[in-house]
Each structure stands twice: as structure tokens, then as C-alpha cells.
Design a protein around this ligand. Sequence first.
Ligand code: FAD
Length: 443
Amino acid sequence: MRAYVAGAGLAGCECAWQLAKRGAEVTLLEMKPLSRISAHHTDFFAELCCSNSLRGEGVECAPGLLKEEMRRLESLIIRCADETRVPAGGALAVDRDGFSKAVTAAIRANPRITVIARELESLPGERPLIVATGPLTTDALARDILRVLGGEDAKALSFFDASAPLVAAESIDMQSAYFASRYGKGGGDYLNCPMDKDEYTAFWKELCGAERAQLHAFEDEAVFEGCLPVEVMAGRGPDTLRYGPLKPIGIRDPRTDKGAYAVVQLRRDNAAGSVYNLVGFQTHLTFPEQRRVFSMIPALRNAEFLRFGVMHRNSFIDSPRLLTADFQSRVSPGLYFAGQLTGVEGYIESAASGLVAGICAYSFLSGEKTPVFPPETAVGALCRYISDPGVKEFQPMNINFGLLPPLPGGTVKKGEKKGLLARRALETLGAVIPCLPKGRSSQ
Ligand SMILES: Cc1cc2nc3c(=O)[nH]c(=O)nc-3n(C[C@H](O)[C@H](O)[C@H](O)COP(=O)(O)OP(=O)(O)OC[C@H]3O[C@@H](n4cnc5c(N)ncnc54)[C@H](O)[C@@H]3O)c2cc1C
């Protein structure tokens, strides 16, 4: 029983580990040390290319819950992170090289995993194959992935991520916001956040002067031309936004029938209506600046940002159309994808998807029933997000509580909600774990 994994990053290592742990022989194909993607600086596997933080701890924050679930699913990545942690307040941060060395050593010492140094230019024909070559997948391989998945359909694979911030619906100040559509067309689909002249002017000034994130060496300004960041648009003049995404014309507050000087529109981002995106707010500001400046919009003064806007090179496939919840191609049995390439965003999310893809690919190999991770769990919520054909404009997503189904009843006190969601997630996972394929042996 042999499986093939492409890419020894966070997702690929976790995936190979989960397969081998169940008794599968694994061939892991990785271009290091022959060459490196531009964001990498070492020859270790599971390299953290930017921050050394795996984000919040404690199950009452969504990244903490995801990590706890992965711990219970015996994740290699979380085990190595726990072993190499450094003090970081409420976050799980790691000794960068110590972490990658620990993962590399575990993979290399595993007798069932054979590492082959090779830069793939096309997808190997063997199955199951799990492709986990990350957001900076090399060009030739990316073209072949597009050929295999999309044929003529260029939308099957994006090379660039430009996403606006997302906020939690319950954190929007509804005293300062209202539902309405421009000229009353479309049934009040948008949540409008009006600003008067003084509020807009103060916001515009701060937006123009706010700190922008550094471009990486492999990104150039031209990449961003097709999709202008909101701060760049603002820099073109005080009224540019009022003729663009903040256009107030035709939008009236149904409570007062008044218009506004400028209006930020929020659009539902999930079916449950628990998450909203800021329309037209693609941005390259640093995350703290996004929080500071966008919180100047009166309705967002206490907003909880579930995801900040990003604009960077990032290859990801149009997973909702192309993958099922086990990270398998809808049209090519035994072809799986994992990691950031599937549209999960972040180190732990990438590793979590590798964990699921590894377990599911093992069931493909062994002929066992494909396990299902319910959306009430953080892991399962990611599986649902990447495979939900109802998602219209698919963008990479961090784990957040807005991805989990709401609690029944709807009368939960605000301060108790996350704890209850976390408890439900861990109980649900507890029932799933005994049903997962165990394989021939465990390590
Ligand atoms: C510049 C940048 C900064 C980021 N910063 C953060 C951050 O601070 N925090 C965070 O949570 N997330 C961050 N991310 C997002 C994401 O979490 C990471 O990119 C994460 O490493 C993705 O994991 P992965 O396993 O999907 O891919 P990777 O970890 O990138 O692993 C992919 C592996 O595939 C190999 N590979 C690529 N092409 C080929 C090929 N053709 N043949 C063989 N091997 C190949 C690579 O060498 C690499 O080892 C960042 C992303 C980028 C691009």
C-alpha cells in the first residue's frame, strides 16, 4: 500500500505522517535541497516562511480550538510545535528552526516514509497522490495542476489573493448600520455603514497615511494593478472613494429616509449570515493598521475582524467546484490536494488539511469508508468551507467561529458562545475519533 505526497511543507509532512502512522508506505516528493521557493531560506521541511506564531491558545479562540482538535488527532505538526514552543503570551509560538528540524527529523526517521528530492514539473500519475506544494507552487507544476483540474478553465487556479477583511456579524453596531440596497433594488441584501462628512474626512486622512505591508521579493507592484487596494484608491483624492466603493448615491436609511456622505457596504460572506465582508476593501495595509483605520467606520467601532485583508501571491484552486470535503478531486479519484493550495489560510489550517487528506487518502488505499469530519468541529468546518459549492467568490480562509454552524436556540449569552461552540466541537470530535481508520499499526 503506497501513497505519494508532493511537497514537504506543513500540509505535506502532516499528511505523510498520518498515512505512515496507519501503515501505508509513503513516497514524499520535495524539491529541497535541489532548489527552494522564494520565501524559503533553509532546507528543512515544514519551514515557517514568515511569523513563528501558530496563533492563539485556549479552545475559546478558533485557532486554539483547531490546535486542540489536531492534538487529539495526534498531529505531528502540533506535537513538534508543543515540543519547541517559546514564551508568547496567549499564543503558541515556536523556535522557528527548532520546529522545522523536529518535523524534518521525525519524517526522515520514519521507516515508512521515503523522501525523494525532486522538483515536479507535472503531476505524477500514481494514486493516491496528495498535492501539497503550497501557495508558491513552482510555475511549471502550477500550469500542470491547472491543466489537470481546469483544462480551458483559467478560474480553476488563482495565482494571487486579494481579499477584503471579514468581520463577525454580531460585532457590528446595528445602531449605526442598516440593511438596504442601492435604489431599493435587490431586497436589502447589503448592510450599510454610513458616515457623515467629518467622519469620512477623518477616515480618509488616516487611510491615506496608514502603514502598508512590505512587498515580498517575489511580488511586484504590477501584480496589484488589476485590483486596486482601497488605500491606493484613497490616495488619488478625497472624493475618489465616494465615487467608488463608498458611493452613497441611492442608499437611504429606511428608519429615517436619510442619505449619507459616504457609505461602506458589507456583504454576507456565509449562508448563516454570521460573517460579513467589506465590499471593495482589498487592502495591503498591515493588520494592526487595518484594525485601527477600519474601526473608524462608526458601525465597525467594536468590530471583531475574523480575517484581515491580504494581497499577495498565493496559488489556490477553486476548491468548492473542484474538491469534495475529503480534499479529493471531484473528477479524478485518488487525486487529493492539501494545504494552502486548497484555499485554507495559515500554518495550522494548512497542517489540518494535510491531516484530513492523509487520513482520507489512507481510507482510499485500504478500501475503508471515507471518514467524515462534521462541520461542528473546527477541522470539519474547514472541510466544509473548501467544498461548499454554494460559495460564490472563493477566497482563502483562516479558521474562525463563523465557519461553524450556529448553536441551536439562539439565546446564548455573548460571553458564553465561544466556550459552548468549543465544547460542542470537542464532544463531536470525541465521537468521530474511534471511527477513523486505524490501519495496521500506530506509532
Ligand atoms: C510569504 C508568505 C508568508 C506567510 N506567512 C504566514 C504567517 O506568518 N502565518 C501563517 O499562519 N501563514 C502564513 N502564510 C500562509 C501559509 O500558512 C503558509 O504558506 C504555509 O506554509 C502553507 O503550508 P503548505 O504546506 O500548504 O505549503 P508550504 O509550507 O509552502 O510547503 C510546500 C512545499 O512544497 C515544496 N514545493 C513547491 N513546489 C514544488 C515542486 N514543484 N516540486 C516539489 N516540491 C515543491 C516547497 O519546497 C515546500 O516545501 C504565508 C504565506 C506566504 C506565501
